[in-house]
Design a protein around this ligand. Structure first.
Ligand code: CP
Length: 315
């Protein structure tokens, strides 16, 4: 059974395969979809709010002719409110669906779910832990926009402690050659030690910085993130970090002509709307890519063995 729990689990061969599949899925999505997952059911179990992840997974499943059962705000609208454990919910939903997409507020929840699930579990974000499918679409977008990932300079900016997307993206980037990472954050929300340890083990060059303007003109990818107000220990700590980094047209004008600006979204003031029309603003294209990469991932989880043959037939 193929669970998607962490960015750690992917190697370069799988990533290249997924990106090729996502290209084919884009073609299919734009040409009426495919019946690759006809008869299959995806359960979307979301204990935290989501717009992109839940809708793009649901859209992906429907474009593969599969069906969707879904609960948003599962904390309130599932039997969790009656005291049911995550494990019991997952055991039961495993008999109703062929794959479970789980977003949860606790780090490690997807791993716990996978230990009792009878079907593949996909981690759609676990607290401040990871968001591996986001980093897949981030990398896919970088490759699509810039042609390659090896050798790039990537700045991750904002709340690097509680922002799970940057953790997964760092783990993924460590699989590529000669990538340089700049972690730009307020002093009270730096990149966690465990992420740096992972990069150290793999010989990835990285720098920590608090001044965005020192790096914005140097990098190929400027990856902005929201300050995660809901995860800070106090309002006072949040206010120390809030509003420190704001991308305006002046900053963008100082960037390389072929650089791109990414953001997992939602944004909360980190990128001014005046930048949206600039060709380097790639964050809405990035969100669109979420459907294609999640189509590829659902197919990968549900068709593991048969997939290569099916894709050949689709191509
Ligand atoms: N990028 C992301 O995870 O967005 P949502 O919270 O809207 O799913």
């Amino acid at each position: 059974m193929y669970h998607v729990l962490s960015a750690h689990q992917f190697d370069r061969i799988q990533l290249d395969q997924l990106f090729r599949m996502a290209d084919i899925m884009e073609y299919n999505a734009k040409n009426g979809g495919t019946n690759l997952l006809q008869g299959k059911i995806m359960a979307a179990l979301f204990f935290e709010p989501s717009t992109r992840t839940r809708f793009s997974f649901e859209s992906a499943m429907m474009r593969l002719s599969g069906s969707v059962i879904s609960t948003e705000n599962a904390t309130q609208f599932s039997s969790a409110i009656k005291g049911e454990t995550l494990e019991d919910s997952i055991r039961v939903i495993s008999s109703y669906a062929d794959v479970i997409v789980l977003r949860h507020n606790e780090e490690g929840a997807a791993k716990r779910a996978a230990q009792v699930a009878g079907v593949p579990v996909i981690n759609a974000g676990d607290g401040s832990g990871e968001h591996p499918t986001q980093s897949l679409l981030d990398l896919y977008t970088i490759q699509k926009e810039l042609g390659a990932i090896d050798g790039l300079k990537v700045a991750m900016v904002g709340d690097l402690t509680y922002g799970r997307t940057v953790h997964s993206l760092s783990y993924m980037l460590a699989k590529y050659e000669k990538v340089t990472v700049y972690f730009v954050s307020p002093e009270n929300c730096p990149i966690p030690e465990k992420v740096k340890a992972y990069l150290d083990e793999r010989g990835v060059t990285y720098f920590e910085e608090t001044d965005l303007e020192k790096v914005s003109g140097e990098v190929d990818v400027l990856y902005m993130t929201r300050i995660q107000k809901e995860r800070f220990p106090s309002g006072e700590e949040y206010l120390k970090a809030a509003g420190k980094y704001v991308i305006n047209q002046e900053i963008v004008d100082g960037m390389k002509p072929n650089a791109i600006i990414l953001h997992p979204l939602p944004r909360a003031g980190e990128i001014l709307p005046e930048v949206d029309g600039d060709a380097r603003a790639a964050y809405f294209r990035q969100a669109t890519n979420g459907v294609y990469i999640r189509m590829a991932l659902l197919a990968y989880c549900l068709k593991e063995q048969q997939l290569e043959r099916d894709l050949e037939a689709l191509a």
